[in-house]
Design a protein around this ligand. Structure first.
Ligand SMILES: Cc1ncc(COP(=O)(O)O)c(C=O)c1O
Length: 381
């Protein structure tokens, strides 16, 4: 293992992008045709994603957040009804519910995979529940069979926030084809990026067409009459072209990330107090983030101390996801006292630290980062 630390700063993520010249042709074609948004590149991206995910429809939108807002709106869930969703996720998951006048009911997570606990979700279903809304956590799909069974048994909508899950799979099937619909993000922090962007995937042709209209204000086919309450959430041609470039390399990048993650695990395995997210054996993860947990009862430094120590070393990490959503100011009034039934979410959120991870990251960087971590968490470090 390298014993010297270079002065190079290690960012938590770094988007893997094409050379600007590679995009010149597309930009020129798009500018000269005048179709700079929702044109041939967007259509091609939608087609390629639907092929890859083996789903009937993929609708490109401006971001994962707008995709979630539109998918949820398009499902016409009853006003004020309850949607069961994890507390240990990124805020955009539940923001999309608030934007739609729905009430998030925060559910606990599994301690090993960090994904929504299906049994805990079952215990939260009431006559006010309209949907179950799990999340692909750092690329790990949850217990999808149990979510599907639960939704079917109680006649509930099933929506997936798979923002981090493009390239993940569950029991041999690509994430993106489950439930009423799923949403991927193509933001710069994702394995496949379109600079910014999102995709709604669904096998429901009517739902897809509705969202296609709703991403364009909600206009009917005639382009004049407004049929639905929509957003201005179209995808631009340049974004779609970068997204296609990125998508075509997805398997190479996931393999590279797996090698990086394996290297991290190999070096940190057995260090007292450090544990890892479990990737379920029935699933494949996009490996969007490399997250460790630091147990404050075992490690001589807490997660927050390690975060600061690494920052001083020039290593950027992220307390992710932190705070858990039920502890964020915006959500703290929704169900005061709900933390008593969210012990796992509280535990993970207080211990999790995302380490630098990106597709073109050299393994040498893992050596240096791990060397620093081991030094800081060693009793005599
Ligand atoms: C779990 C989750 N949901 C939703 C989003 C929102 O996606 P976007 O940033 O494309 O709006 C993200 C993005 O980081 C995310 O990680």
């Amino acid at each position: 293992m390298a014993r010297t630390l270079t002065t190079q700063r290690y960012p938590i993520i770094s988007p893997t992008l094409p050379d600007a010249e590679e995009m010149e042709d597309v930009i020129r074609r798009s500018f000269s045709s005048g179709r700079i948004t929702s044109g041939e590149q967007v259509e091609a991206l939608e087609y390629e994603v639907s092929r890859r995910v083996e789903v009937r429809n993929a609708v490109a939108v401006s971001s994962g957040t707008s995709g979630l807002m539109l998918l949820i709106r398009a499902l016409d869930l009853p006003d004020g009804s309850e949607v069961i969703t994890p507390s240990f996720t990124f805020a955009a998951t539940s923001h999309a519910l608030l934007w739609n006048g729905l009430r998030p009911v925060f559910c606990d997570s599994e301690p090993d995979t960090f994904t929504m606990d299906a049994e805990a979700a079952a215990s939260l279903i009431t006559e006010r529940t309209s949907a179950i809304y799990p999340v692909c956590i750092f690329g790990a799909p949850g217990d999808i069979d149990s979510y599907v069974r639960l939704a079917e048994r109680h006649n509930l909508a099933l929506i997936f926030d798979s923002a981090q899950g493009l390239g993940s799979s569950y029991k041999g099937r690509q994430v993106g084809g489950f439930g009423s619909g799923e949403v991927f993000s193509l933001s710069p922090t994702k394995v496949v990026t379109a600079i910014e962007g999102g995709l709604v995937t669904t096998d429901d042709d009517y739902l897809a067409e509705k969202i296609r209209r709703m991403r364009d204000y909600g206009k009917a086919e005639d382009g004049e009459d407004m049929h639905w309450l929509g957003l201005s959430a179209r995808m631009e041609e340049i974004n779609a072209a970068v997204g296609r470039w990125s998508l075509s390399r997805i398997d190479t990048w996931i393999a590279a990330r797996k090698a990086i993650m394996d290297a991290y695990r190999e070096r940190l395995e057995g260090i007292p107090g450090i544990s890892f997210q479990k990737i379920p054996s029935h699933g494949r993860s996009s490996r969007n983030y490399m997250v460790i947990l630091l147990d404050p009862h075992i490690s001589p430094v807490t997660r927050d101390e390690l975060y600061l120590l690494l920052k001083e070393d020039g290593i950027q990490t992220k307390r992710y996801f932190y705070p858990a959503l039920h502890n964020q100011r915006l959500y703290s009034d929704i169900e005061p006292g709900c933390s008593v039934r969210l012990p796992v979410a509280e535990m993970i959120a207080s211990r999790s630290l995302a380490l630098p991870m990106y597709s073109h990251m050299p393994l040498r960087a893992v050596d240096e980062i791990c060397y620093r971590i081991i030094t800081h968490v060693s009793v005599d470090g």
